[in-house]
Design a protein around this ligand. Sequence first.
Ligand code: ZN
Ligand code: ZN
Length: 136
Amino acid sequence: MKKYSKQREIILESLRERKDHPTAEKLFMDLKKQMPELGIATVYRNLTELCEEGLITKVKSKKGPDRYDGNELPHIHFECKKCGDFIDIYLTETQIKQMHMSMKKLSTEVEAEYENSEIYLNGICKKCKKIAEKVV
Ligand SMILES: [Zn+2]
Ligand SMILES: [Zn+2]
């Protein structure tokens, strides 16, 4: 059995708890407060491993570096173009099924076999919309 480090445990635990989809750097800065001996290379290595094992997911951002997500519930992401927040949108099982059905249909149009899709939404979040409305 592979022996896992304490650091890896803390990285995973922290990602399971937080909902802000931090970048590797942000996570490193926050964890360094409780683990001064932690190095950025360790954070990167563990994040890559955790992704490969499917324990966390890497989320691509249009605005900046990749973000990391430890939320295990099925959901899709909405990225705010203004503040860069990632918001989780939860889907019901029916919604997921419907989505996969339409993806499958689209794939058959090019005679490909559909396996998976990553849905990504972007725009302006509720918080930034309110700020914009106040200015006007
Ligand atoms: Zn925003
Ligand atoms: Zn998420």
